[in-house]
Design a protein around this ligand. Structure first.
Ligand code: PGA
Length: 217
């Protein structure tokens, strides 16, 4: 099975010029590959081009209307994106997004024809399987799930391969990515037990990111 590599740039870099520079460094090597670049939404129209997949990092649950500051999945689709990350743990914790809101976002994203990449995972003091069960309740089989335990994000403390395998088995036949401190050293091992990777910090370093892409191809 082909592996999917998602780059989650989060709220980085700080300027369009830097975003264009970073994109320029990786562009040729990610063409026609199962790689998805998710920059800040405001940069998307400046980066989108043929033969490369793009996604947004979040979306709203309505198509349009009086919702100041929101961006709908239909808008994201209309500028040429195919994917959207939904329910990232930073959205859940910093912006208090609930499982219900996340389910509504997934529904609208699918209606718009986007592929949702739904982030799931527990914090240190929580039971992994109880939390995941709540997070995936009512979430259809055809979305991509990204297991990202909160304690592994941006910490260098990645989940053990056994743990990732256990979660994968729990989720049965769903398309399954791992995210959390993935780098060029550990990417190969995670790729063997998943359908792909969701990469934060390492996707902001062109050399490191391209090394990861090489391990997948
Ligand atoms: P990280 O982030 O690779 O920097 O740990 C992953 C993510 O939050 O998607």
């Amino acid at each position: 099975m082909k592996k999917l590599i998602i780059a989650n740039w989060k709220c980085n870099p700080a300027t369009l010029k830097e975003a264009q520079e970073l994109f320029h460094l990786i562009k040729e090597d990610i063409k026609n590959k199962d790689v998805v670049i998710c920059p800040p939404s405001i940069f998307l129209p400046f980066l989108i081009c043929d033969d490369i997949n793009f996604g947004a990092q979040n979306c709203f649950w309505e198509k349009s209307g009086a919702y100041t500051g929101e961006i709908s999945p239909q808008m994201i689709k209309s500028i040429g994106c195919e994917y959207v990350i939904i329910g990232h743990s930073e959205r859940r914790t910093i912006f208090n997004e609930s499982n219900d809101e996340i389910r509504s976002k997934i529904k609208q994203a699918k209606r718009a024809g986007l592929v949702p990449i739904v982030c799931i995972g527990e914090s240190k003091d929580q039971n992994t399987f109880e939390i995941i069960e709540e997070q995936i309740r009512g979430v259809e089989q055809d979305v991509i799930l990204a297991y990202e335990p909160l304690w592994a994000i941006g910490t260098g403390e990645n989940a053990s391969f056994d743990k990732v395998r256990e979660v994968r088995e729990f989720l049965k036949d769903r398309k399954f990515l791992y995210g959390g401190s993935v780098n060029s050293q550990n990417a190969k091992d995670y790729l063997e037990i998943t359908d792909g990777l969701l990469i934060g910090g390492a996707s902001l370093n062109a050399i490191e990111f391209l090394k990861i892409i090489k391990t997948a191809y």
